[in-house]
Design a protein around this ligand. Sequence first.
Ligand code: ZN
Ligand code: CU
Length: 505
Amino acid sequence: MAARYDVIIRGARVIDGSGAPAFEADVATKGDRVEAVGAPEGDADFEIDAQGLALAPGFIDVHTHDDFAAVLHPDMGFKLEGGVTTCVVGNCGMGAAPHREASLLARAFHPNQTLPEWDGYAGYLDRLNLHPASVNIAALVGHGTIRLAGMGGNAKREPSSAELQSMKDLLGEGLHAGAVGLSTGLIYEPGRYAQTDEIVELAAEMRDARAVYATHMRDEGAHLVDSVAEAIEIGERAGVPVQISHHKASGRANWGKVADSLALIEKARDRGVDVSADQYPYTAGSTILSAILRNDGLRAGEGGIGSLSGDDVVIASTASHPEWEGRSIADFAEEWGLEAQEAGDRVLAQEPLASVVIHSMSEDDVLRVMAHETTMIGSDGIPTLEGRPHPRLYGSFARVLGHYARDAGVFPLEQAVHRMTGMSATKFGLADRGFVREGHFADLVVFDPNTIADVGTYEDPHHAPRGIHQVFVNGAHAVGDGVHTGARSGRPLRRSTPRAPSPID
Ligand code: ZN
Ligand code: CU
């Protein structure tokens, strides 16, 4: 008897997430799984003709700050309509629990909203189970968040052994609930006060689980290479895999340094250290203004962010001065007759939650990092839907597939897809995801490789990409003909049991 499926997608070029060459096949799903890849016999309740289109695993956004967004905006259209089916939240040291500290640190992302409550990572992930978002959520524990909880707000020192133990307990709660790793944000409050040893002690708690240490490093400018060395040292001493967040060289004076940081990563990998990185495909970054100023980023000479000028820094979102959005710090400096750093301070005094877009990278560096086999894609999108968030929130994956793979020829489409699916799932231990394979979860995206493109700009960011036709999340049809169906079939993803070290293929 011929099988009956829920969905058959017919005639697409299947890019299966492994990096292997695309092949033509029909793909059938039943329930939340892919049941057949090839020529499934039988029919389905719903068939899609995908002739001329590509079928890939749903994209995994390994670098997000969607911890609260997944709860506040569960439709998650800004990710889903761009083909993303899984977000790794909790990056840059800012996690979802403990809730009090988490909501303090997330305030800049959601300035005028009341943040719902939960109890620990268990409570956070359970909540996502009860009130699902449209995408799957895997969580990192945030070092900044647990440091704030364990040591209080103003601890510019090493933790006492009792404080360190309370941080370990909070990390343990997260890991036990299924968190996939620990992140640091070593330019931010309060993570910047942590010395290497403190992080090694915490990361070592993850050794048996082989959960990931992900890091926004201490300095992505003048001291980029030292910072990569520190990240690798932490991974080696703690015995855990390392993920370098948003790998880049920031500030004109530092352009080209990614050649050295990539070489250092290669050397560590040759010694058997599992170290990789993620990248968003733009020459501008984005963060909170306070982080730049606190690191003297606009001070002439050297700053931790890497010698920026006032022209490079543009207000993205504010809580109370929407008329400032889109203006550069140079603009304010001129109006007020101040140096850039002082003008930035004055903006901050009136608007402590301002976030900014920073034009700080060279295209050559972006290309060099992207082409490197250790780089996967993560948007680092700031989910502040008011204001003008960096367009990476919407467009990162389409931009890699369209602009960089198809138009610039950085790598074949299969390799581009691998860097946002199979490679990512393997690194973060997301079981049965990231590949189009029989028995895997039916997280799928159908897109047109000839037209796929990011659409949002810095001036006008709120646009879904072009060329993404269908998206399935756990078998449910979440985007149909480019439009969100309203499905909220995402799940909390809990770290699977210890896995073998992940070679990059
Ligand atoms: Zn970061
Ligand atoms: Cu980040």
